[in-house]
Design a protein. Structure first.
Length: 116
């Protein structure tokens, strides 16, 4: 069974850092593009970052460019999202996602709260 599981969320002060992990099971993650999305209360889910399967190219939303870094560790079958200089506007539930064929797979999400 294909599964994604996020971890690493928590409460952090503005300007702080967190590293989110997205661990895959049931499939080899490096064959697929992996995306990070987030959903804040009362807002739609939005794309944050993604990393390709082929050449490791990356994409970042303008709101996180220069602060967040996506990476993958194929040996651990895990994708990471390093988040620095966090702002209150980054508060949301963060989800990782992939698509295998016509099927979307989402993790359960991890809460990130940026507050003093």
């Amino acid at each position: 069974q294909l599964q994604l599981e996020e971890s690493g969320g928590g409460l952090v002060q503005p300007g702080g850092s967190l590293r989110l992990s997205c661990a895959a099971s049931g499939f080899t993650l490096d064959y697929y593009a992996i995306g990070w999305f987030r959903q804040a209360p009362g807002k739609e889910r939005e794309g944050v970052s993604c990393i390709s399967s082929s050449d490791g190219s990356t994409y970042y939303a303008d709101s996180v460019k220069g602060r967040f870094t996506i990476s993958r560790d194929n040996a651990k079958n895990t994708v990471y999202l390093q988040m620095n200089s966090l702002k209150p506007d980054d508060t949301a539930i963060y989800y990782c996602h992939t698509a295998v064929g016509a099927t979307d797979y989402w993790g359960q999400g991890t809460q990130v709260t940026v507050s003093s």
